[in-house]
Ligand binder design. Structure first.
Ligand code: NAG
Ligand code: NAG
Length: 349
């Protein structure tokens, strides 16, 4: 099965063509979608670094230089916000502003667990959006953010005791799949924010015990607003297309066996079809699961003295890069705006 996955990548072009036609979204929409996620990440780290000190991290077993690296991650996310906002504004398109958020963080461990999932979702979001970006300059810029999110993800995975790069290919998520995951952290947004043509599917929770591997069982439960038809399937997202499995009713939910070839931070959706995954047949999800053996956490080194200064992040020497071709890249601002308005009107009608 694993070999099959390796070989299947060669059929990638075919698989992509066979997937259902994606809704066309313009570049301003994609940039605002990316900015929505970057605001969320930036707020998450800014709040986390207010909540927890360097000493808190060291006491929880995350020895130096973890804290300084966390500050770097926070700084990267803040710069991504500035970069995308500037690109949108210089192209005459309104840039979405930060929302109010709620994160399931109660201590250092839950902060790191949430950070780890957010970075993985960030990678999958940029990967899934790449094919929708029309302008090549934006594609390169988004790619340069994607690779940095992947570094953050690998680092946090290693810190959390997981294999840093658990599989040879990452999983792309589409806009609505990402928004479904992100919206669970969003409390409210400014009404002046440009509306995005995205919607959240009903949530899907997954319960499991111990380390998950191919063949392990997990139980999926939908939120009450999900309308599950009598026959549903679980689909695991992969770059070569969904891997479908049958589900067995189990205590009000659905028991699912993890198929081989699914590894690392993985995404399950509940669908009404076993042929495709689309906005039309997702019943609930995605839900995030971690599959595969763990490395174990790096042993904390003894820190003889804790530096008193927490402001050790080196100051940036480079200024934030700007798109020189931005105005031509996403065109006349009124055109962009009306395209967004039309898309939003269609989606929210
Ligand atoms: C910060 O602390 C508050 C109060 O305990 C908590 O509600 C919130 O989830 C925390 N956020 C982060 C990102 O650590
Ligand atoms: C897909 O579902 C149909 C109807 O339930 C079933 O007949 C078919 O065998 C399924 N295909 C796969 C590959 O599971």
């Amino acid at each position: 099965m694993k070999l099959f996955r390796y070989l299947a990548i060669t059929a990638l072009a075919g698989a992509t063509q066979a997937s259902p036609a994606k809704r066309a979204v313009d570049d301003a929409t994609i940039l605002n979608y990316a900015l929505t996620l970057e605001h969320l990440e930036a707020a998450f780290y800014a709040t986390g670094l207010k909540n927890f000190t360097q000493v808190d991290f060291i006491n929880a077993g995350y020895a130096d230089p973890f804290y300084i690296n966390l500050q770097r991650v926070a700084s990267d996310e803040a710069e991504h916000v500035t970069f995308l906002s500037t690109a949108l504004k210089s192209a005459g398109a309104p840039a979405t502003a930060a929302c109010a958020y709620a994160f399931p963080v109660t201590d250092v461990d839950s902060f790191i667990a949430t950070a780890n999932i957010l970075e993985g979702v960030g990678v999958s979001a940029y990967l899934g959006a790449a094919a929708s970006i029309a302008n090549k300059a934006y594609l390169t810029a988004a790619g340069s953010i994607l690779t940095v999110e992947a570094r953050h993800s690998s680092y946090l995975r290693a810190i959390a005791g997981e294999v840093p790069f658990a599989q040879p290919f990452d999983d792309p998520l589409d806009l609505n799949e990402v928004y479904t995951l992100a919206s669970s952290f969003i409390v409210s947004c400014p009404s002046s924010n440009p509306s995005l043509p995205v919607k959240a599917f009903p949530s899907l929770t997954v319960s499991s015990t111990g380390t998950l591997n191919a063949g392990s069982q997990v139980v999926l439960a939908t939120s009450s607003n999900a309308q599950a038809p009598s026959k549903v399937y679980a689909a695991f997202v992969t770059v070569t297309g969904p891997v479908f499995t049958t589900v067995t009713p189990s205590g009000g939910g659905y028991s699912v066996t993890i198929p081989s070839g699914v590894m690392g931070q993985s995404y399950i959706v509940l669908t009404s079809s076993n042929g495709t995954v689309s906005d039309e047949n997702i019943v609930a999800g995605p839900s995030v699961i971690e599959v595969g053996a763990k490395n174990g956490k790096p042993s904390p080194t003894i820190t003889p003295s804790i530096p008193s200064s927490t402001g050790v992040l080196p100051s940036k020497t480079s200024s934030i890069p700007q798109f020189t071709g931005a105005a031509s890249a996403i065109g006349v601002s009124s055109g962009v705006m009306s395209a967004i308005a039309v898309a939003a009107a269609i989606i929210f009608a």
